[in-house]
Design a protein around this ligand. Structure first.
Ligand SMILES: Cc1ncc(COP(=O)(O)O)c(C=O)c1O
Length: 412
């Protein structure tokens, strides 16, 4: 310390001593380390009754889940289609592994971070169905492809194909690519000349390998009434089929023609050249899908059983015709359509407030009191799953498994 600083410091200490009586010095407090802040709430143990779970709790009925997986696999195989289930629905490595074990060709992801998280758990056949536009994500995707050789990346934009080619070169790989061809207007390159030009570009670029085409019709999945859904789904995809056939005639690789979902899984085989279906919600089902009606004319879509539920606790029973639960918007995300209260068809469950669900009813099958539990089918499965760290696997009312939602919150 030189004399100047030391003099300054002496002056500071002197001034401090003079005012010390007025300075409040906080006592040391224990802070949280990053791991503590990020630590999820610990799950409850297996073996207990589901009715003893702390709530809100996300549950999946394992018998129903297994039946749904088996039924989808059987049905697609009978129609000579493969399955490439979309993991955006469950974000859960354990469930993706069940789908793979049942014979899926691979899984899909919507987001890169979702793909990274599932790949880290050993899922190696991943098709990312959306493009990456930032330099950083394109590089990450190519690094993921390097670690996971069966990773396939969608592209729907020519400059993006050039960027991917450069990133693949930098990573020292030739990356597998599918063209995301729009059905409707949400995402993807329109079928026709634009899609053909992009396919030819990908085919030409030295560090990319064209594998085929994606064509998911988000607008058709929830059309009410099977006949209408079928007619519109088949009409919507006509342009894609023409472009796909033109790609084939041009000698481009068309080994993948993938799309479709839970609402059209039993329609997609009528699309010429279609190879596999990217079903997601069929695993769990939800109030949205139950309302679309089935091919059997039943207004309830009953091809797959609603396996996913949220358990809630009644926290107020004091007002006639009303109950309050501990599961609101942070447990269900949407309040339209309403969660379906199992066993109480006369109840209207509004999860519109942040922390509370409000139930109104004229009649109920039971008289409820505080602390009682209710079980609800969720409005729309994908965003609900993303709210929970774990899903409890239930068999015959017992907790048999606790599965982390591996890619929970991985929305980048
Ligand atoms: C591209 C893509 N494929 C497949 C699916 C799965 O659809 P579903 O949940 O209707 O089966 C989705 C869902 O939004 C999707 O965006």
């Amino acid at each position: 310390m030189n004399s100047k600083t030391s003099a300054t410091r002496r002056a500071f200490l002197a001034a401090s001593a003079a005012t010390a009586a007025h300075i409040w010095v906080p006592r040391p407090v224990k802070g949280y380390c990053v791991a503590e802040v990020l630590a999820p709430v610990k799950p409850m143990a297996t073996g207990i009754s589901k009715w003893d779970l702390d709530t809100p709790a996300l549950c999946v009925d394992l018998d129903k889940l297994e039946q749904n997986i088996a039924k989808m696999q059987r049905s697609l195989a009978a129609n000579k289609l493969g399955s490439r289930p979309h993991a955006k629905t469950h974000k859960c490595a354990a469930i993706a592994k069940l789908q793979m074990a049942a014979g899926a060709l691979g899984i899909c992801t919507a987001k890169l971070s979702e793909a990274e998280a599932l790949a880290a758990e050993g899922l190696d056949r991943i098709c990312m169905t959306t493009g990456n536009l930032s330099v950083s994500k394109i590089r990450r995707a190519m690094q993921l492809r390097k670690r996971t050789p069966q990773f396939i990346q969608a592209v729907d934009y020519e400059p993006n194909a050039h960027d991917m080619d450069a990133a693949a070169k930098e990573a020292g790989i030739v990356a597998d690519v599918v063209i995301d061809m729009a059905v409707g207007t949400r995402s993807g390159i329109p079928p026709g000349d634009d899609a053909m030009a992009l396919a030819k570009l990908v085919d030409r670029l030295p560090n990319l390998k064209l594998r085929g085409v994606l064509s998911y019709d988000g607008g058709a999945q929830h059309i009410t009434g099977f006949a209408e859904r079928k007619a519109r789904a088949l009409a919507n995809i006509e342009g894609n089929v023409k472009t796909f056939e033109a790609m084939k005639r041009a000698g481009l690789n068309t080994e993948i023609f993938s799309g479709g979902g839970t609402g059209t899984y039993n329609i997609q085989h009528l699309v010429p050249g279609f190879t596999d279906v990217q079903v997601g919600s069929y695993l769990f089902m939800d109030m949205q899908y139950l309302a679309i009606g089935g091919a059997d004319g039943n207004p309830v879509y009953s091809d797959f059983a609603p396996s996913l539920t949220v358990l809630a606790t009644i926290v107020n029973h004091r007002f006639p015709g009303r109950l309050t639960t501990d599961a609101g918007a942070k447990a269900f995300t949407l309040n339209v359509p309403r969660p379906g209260v199992i066993g109480e068809p006369g109840m209207d469950y509004n999860p519109g407030s942040d922390e509370f669900g409000t139930i109104t009813f004229k009649e109920s099958r039971k008289t409820y009191k505080m602390g009682d539990r209710l079980e609800m089918i969720v409005p729309h499965c994908d965003p609900v799953v993303n709210l929970y760290d774990y899903v409890y696997g239930i068999r015959k009312d017992r907790v048999e498994a606790v599965w982390p939602i591996t890619a929970r919150g991985h929305s980048q």
